[in-house]
Design a protein around this ligand. Structure first.
Ligand code: CP
Length: 307
């Protein structure tokens, strides 16, 4: 494995090994404090980010390495018309590994094809976000103890939400996964996912717009925001943005051991009153993201685990 572009680039065994390494890092971070001494990560962010960029940077610093990069296309030579292929050739001279976020689906694939260093997809358009998926899997495994036999509710913008697409791809490989896909009609999952991933793997799923009705059956409720930046017109966004708002009243329908995850940022889809519920784990999920990215950086750089 040289690059991580899609969650499917990792086998289930490799994914599980990474999650186990991330858990060992969480349990004993000091042990890993210098394993990347002298190494640099370049964070190439052509689209806004808070968590992903800063957690990659935090992850590399926690491993003893350092960070270079840009946080918007405007502050890079992309603003002068430089291609992704040329940019990655240049970055390959400066860094040992890079994480790229880009609004165009497939841009990290183009980068990987022209790179001398490992490329990590940090989110490409409405397509994939594999390190958010590693974060989500690590959070779910830590809280539920297992990634098999789970019923996962995915709620909100299932059409444009790349975290949803990546999580579906990853979870269908575990035993007895079931999905409840909760969205307005216009924001259902793309056809290719229904056909090529869910139906091709004989996965049980329901598509619905009734959150409360299905909440009692869920192990995990994965809330997502409506992705304003992917809409073609503002009117549609305004009409759909508040389709689902999880509040304290709705949480009464949730089992005691159902956890609420959200990749964040949150806009309006979870009321702040839910934050104090012990089942609301979206801020813990952010912390797990740092450990998942530390493990991934070690793996892609072939760093030996210290004795
Ligand atoms: N979850 C996530 O991708 O957040 P950012 O957009 O802040 O990186």
């Amino acid at each position: 494995m040289n690059h991580l572009i899609s969650p499917m680039d990792l086998s289930v065994t490799e994914t599980n090994e990474l999650l186990e390494l991330a858990q060992r890092i969480k349990d004993n971070p000091e042990k890993y404090a210098n394993v990347c001494k002298g190494k640099k990560i370049a964070t190439l962010f052509y689209e806004p980010s808070t968590r992903t960029r800063l957690s990659f940077e935090s992850a590399m610093i926690n491993l003893g390495g350092s960070v270079i990069g840009f946080s918007s296309a405007d502050s890079s030579s992309a603003a002068k018309g430089e291609s992704v292929a040329d940019t990655i050739r240049v970055i390959s001279c400066f860094a040992d590994i890079c994480a790229m976020r880009h609004p165009k689906e497939g841009a990290p694939t183009v980068a990987a094809a022209n790179s001398k260093i490992p490329v990590i997809n940090a989110g490409d358009g409405g397509h994939n976000h594999p390190t958010q998926t590693l974060t989500d899997l690590l959070t779910i495994k830590a809280l539920k103890g297992d990634l098999n036999n789970l019923t996962i509710g995915l709620c909100g913008d299932l059409k444009f939400g790349r975290t949803v697409h990546s999580l579906i791809n990853a979870m269908v490989r575990y035993e007895n996964t079931k999905f409840v896909l909760i969205s307005p009609n216009e924001l259902k999952i793309p056809d290719y996912l229904r056909r090529e991933v869910l139906e091709a793997n004989a996965i049980k799923y329901i598509e619905t717009d009734e959150l409360e009705r299905y909440m009692p059956n869920l192990d995990i409720l994965y809330m997502t925001r409506v992705q304003r930046e992917r809409f073609f017109n503002e009117e549609d966004y305004v009409r759909l943005k508040d389709s689902f708002i999880l509040d304290e009243k709705k949480m009464q329908y949730a089992p005691e051991n159902m956890y609420v995850l959200h990749p964040l940022p949150r806009v309006n889809e979870i009321s702040v009153g839910v934050d104090k519920d012990k089942r609301a784990v979206y801020f813990d999920q952010v912390q797990y993201g740092v450990y998942a990215r530390m493990a991934l950086i070690m793996k892609l750089l072939n760093i030996e685990e210290p004795k």
